[in-house]
Design a protein. Structure first.
Length: 314
């Protein structure tokens, strides 16, 4: 009887040892996952892949007659593109697949690079910009989802460096290729945001938020050169309410210091769907973020743990 027990113990120990050896071997053979985002995730080519993915998404939804997903963010690892949704969706367009929750759609870079239906200008997502990195992934957020505004507080220099990175990407990157930016009040003369390196026909200034909103409220705004006039019809799901057609409207990002934000109720009511107000400093906002002196960015309700914000990635 005793030798049966001893044999069982020996067999059990041998099995445990074999499993442990297998796990160690598998870990050794598995390529290590980078702890931080590398150049392939942070360079301009990465933005081209992200832009292609959003264009493909827009085109597939348009051709199938479905509403665009209620997307608030994007993660890019260099190998795959993840779309972060505010709610579940029925089915996914090609080449996307959904996770179990239905709130994250994934497409591999290889799938996006394979020949397929031509994409459409990603106008509905033109204010989707890099906010920083989440471990090895590049994280982008659609600022237009923060109705009516998103505020970023923290050390002034860090906040302004982050804001400069956002403005630069909107004006020079492929995703924001149709968007416009207005610097309001004192930011209009801030060399950090309005220096020679950021000169663009799509960069404007205004003395006040009211003046800035009045310029875009009366009629559709098209960038210089008429780039948006090529857009005939694309669909945009706004705040989960309805599917609306956008014809030639260029999304607009307004930047204002918290101290110069109008305090009267309804001051931002003239903001068009798809536009966004970015407030630098502590202020009431739909999304209240905080930049840390250690390079982190707390995105509040979004739950994205930004370990390196966009202002220190360049």
């Amino acid at each position: 009887m005793i030798w049966y027990v001893a044999l069982a113990v020996l067999l059990g120990l041998a099995l445990i040892g074999a499993v442990a050896a297998l796990i160690v071997t598998e870990k050794r053979n598995r390529p290590p996952r980078p702890a931080t985002a590398g150049p392939a995730v942070l360079d301009r080519e990465a933005l081209d892949v992200i832009d292609a993915g959003l264009r493909r998404l827009t085109g597939e939804c348009l051709r199938s007659g479905r509403a665009l997903p209620d997307l608030y963010g994007v993660l890019y690892s260099g190998e795959k593109l993840d779309l972060l949704l505010a709610g579940t969706e029925d089915g996914t367009p090609e080449p996307w697949t959904a996770d179990e929750s239905g709130e994250r759609w994934t497409a591999t870079r290889e799938a996006l690079e394979r020949p397929g239906p031509e994409g459409e200008p990603a106008l509905p997502y033109a204010l989707t910009v890099t906010v920083g990195t989440v471990g090895p992934d590049r994280a982008l957020v659609d600022l237009s989802r923060a109705t009516p505004s998103v505020s970023v507080a923290g050390p002034d220099e860090d906040v302004r460096r982050w804001a400069r990175a956002v403005v630069t990407e909107v004006l020079t990157g492929p995703v924001g290729g149709l968007a416009e930016v207005t610097l309001v009040g004192s930011l209009a003369t801030d060399e950090t945001l309005n220096g020679a390196a950021l000169r663009s026909s799509r960069l404007y200034t205004a003395a006040s938020v009211e003046e800035a909103l009045a310029r875009t409220a009366g009629a559709p705004v098209a960038p210089s050169g008429g780039a948006a006039s090529d857009v005939t019809q694309i669909f945009r799901l706004i705040e989960g309410r309805s599917q609306v057609a956008v014809e030639g409207d260029a999304p607009h990002l307004f930047l204002v210091e918290a101290s110069q934000l109008p305090r009267r109720e309804g001051a931002l009511d003239a903001l068009r769907p798809g536009d966004a107000v970015l407030v630098l400093g502590e202020a009431p906002a739909a999304w209240r973020w905080r930049a840390g002196a250690d390079g982190t960015l707390d995105t509040g309700p979004l739950g994205l743990l930004i370990d390196r914000h966009a202002g220190i990635l360049g």
